[in-house]
Ligand binder design. Structure first.
Ligand code: 3ON
Ligand code: FE
Length: 487
């Protein structure tokens, strides 16, 4: 009997998956009254999400989704009802390009202006596309992109208010990362919450600046450290005492970028024989930083970190090399089998002995890890993340997974064959007592209806499927990150 080779049998159709990468031009607001199931009445607050809304500029395709102009969604929950709103961030580049009807800027991930390399040579201007994360902090809603300053939005209307210097902390042209972390009980702030974020100035030696902000938005502390070599640092992990970065073993040859052939990120090369450097910086600014050697690997996102018995533990989504699609083909035609999948790894660091060991916690392909906000920087029992339908190999994310780090148990719910997922958000139950008392919220692309759903799970029983599916009127292209605010 003929059996199809495993690599050819699929849990999804590529055409379905691709349609989730069509541009969304509509901006509107409405009540989410077309739904299956019930919205828990105790679920109260707003989920903000962001991602590339446009995958083309007036028909000129972007080279990679990370180059797409940022579009923000706000889903507000109250009294068992939900309201939806989406709006593009009115960045300077977005406004200029929409007017011109063509790309006027190059993208970091390889989008070029028309005119071949001669039309792009030596143009190193960046278009701040505000597409990576959105968070409400210090009374401000901020849309973040790691190579430039935040945009401030009106949290009720999503109207763009302009660039935000965080009350004078950022100087003109300064960048700040798109991965802030909220320490729920900061030692440097009388046990009150604080937001920790960082900025990177890459070069032959790379400067890392750490910022901590009080709930008022006021700067609590700031420090800059220098590490040797080029670094591409997308995310970090925090504990009560440390910020932890993984300096992936990559090098950067900017020539093809400068000459107009490639985007900056396409000039990053993975060095499989060089160790990953784990950089551990004391948050209070005192004392030396530590740089430890670990297995060569590539990490975009950390799930969490904690301190225990003199050791530091870090849970990260780890790739065995830089998961870069080939520069010369459409990202929608990517052969998933040829790029590495993300897996959940745990690293154990000992600063005194300067040693690192690691173990694979979960080999199933996963990305976009999140957890209970009270457990950030502390030993957590549960992690939640996007995952593939299949237990092995790389593929689009079609499910959501709950990992019990204590027992090793897993719960998975998959929307295969026609549903596609991304980052879940954990929302604690207001009267919750256990770590998984709460809900998981997810934007899921439903290819059957070519629209997205806001999906609500009971975090205790992810494997029982959604409590509710709220149908949007149109699709939201696959997004990046977001945050929930109970306000
Ligand atoms: O020299 C530096 C090189 C560089 C790459 C200069 C630089 C700061 C301009 C720079 C820029 C980096 C930027 C702008 C990075 C932006 C990253 C981004 C928008 C998203 C990253 C997403 C990561 C992951 C893992 C997404 C996964 C997606 C899926 C699994 C599919 O749904
Ligand atoms: Fe990210």
């Amino acid at each position: 009997m003929y059996t199809e080779p495993r690599s050819l049998s699929q849990d999804y159709s590529r055409d379905d998956w691709k349609r989730g990468y069509l541009s969304q031009h509509q901006e509107s607001e409405y009540w989410l009254d077309h739904l299956e199931g019930d919205i828990p009445p105790e679920l109260c607050g707003t989920l903000f999400r962001v991602g590339p809304g446009l995958l083309d500029i007036n028909g000129y395709p972007v080279n990679h989704p990370f180059d797409g102009d940022g579009m923000v969604c706000a889903i507000a929950f109250k009294d068992g009802r939900a309201h939806f709103r989406n709006r593009f961030v009115q960045t300077q580049g977005f406004l200029e390009e929409q007017k011109a009807g063509k790309p006027l800027y190059r993208g970091v991930f390889g989008t070029q202006k028309p005119g071949g390399w001669l039309g792009n040579i030596f143009d190193t201007r960046l278009k701040n596309i505000a597409n990576t994360n959105v968070i409400y902090w210090g009374g401000k809603l901020l849309a973040l992109w790691e190579a430039a300053e935040p945009h401030r939005l009106n949290p009720h209307t999503l109207e763009t208010l302009g660039l935000e210097d965080l009350d004078g902390v950022l100087e003109e042209g300064d960048a700040i990362a798109a991965h802030p972390h909220i320490d729920p009980h900061s030692q440097g702030n009388h046990g009150e919450p604080c937001l920790v974020n960082f900025a990177v100035k890459p070069g032959p030696s790379t400067a890392i600046t750490l910022y901590e902000f009080a709930t008022s938005g006021k700067l609590l502390r700031q420090q800059t450290r220098f590490i040797p070599g080029f670094a591409f640092l997308h995310d970090m992990a925090i504990t009560p005492n440390y910020c932890i970065f993984f300096q992936n073993p990559v090098s950067f040859n900017p020539l093809p970028y400068l000459l107009g052939f490639r985007g900056a990120a396409e000039c990053i090369e993975f060095n499989p024989n060089t160790s990953t450097k784990i950089i551990v910086i004391p948050r209070d600014g005192s004392g030396a930083m530590n740089i430890l050697d670990a297995e060569p690997c590539f990490v975009f996102h950390h799930a969490n970190a904690w301190e225990d018995n003199g050791d530091i533990y870090v849970d990260s989504i780890c790739y065995n090399s830089f998961p870069q699609p080939t520069a010369d083909s459409d990202f929608r035609d990517v052969d998933f089998e040829t790029i590495p999948e993300g897996q959940l790894w745990n690293f154990r660091l000992n600063l005194e002995e300067e040693t690192v060991s690691h173990q694979v916690v979960e080999s199933r392909c996963c990305e976009f890890p999140v957890l209970h906000p009270e457990k950030v920087g502390r030993k957590a029992r549960y992690l939640y993340m996007g995952t593939t339908h299949r237990e092995q190999g790389n593929a689009p994310l079609q499910g959501v997974m709950k990992c019990d780090r204590l027992t090793g148990e897993r719960q998975v719910w998959s929307f295969a064959p026609r549903g596609f997922t991304g980052e879940p958000t954990f929302v604690p139950h207001p009267q919750g007592t256990e770590e998984d008392d709460g809900w998981l919220l997810l934007l899921m692309y439903d290819a059957e209806h070519h629209r997205s759903d806001v999906v609500i799970f009971d975090a205790k029983s992810v494997d029982k499927g959604p409590l509710a599916r709220l149908h949007l009127k149109y699709h939201i292209p696959y997004g990046l990150h977001g945050n929930f605010t109970p306000e």
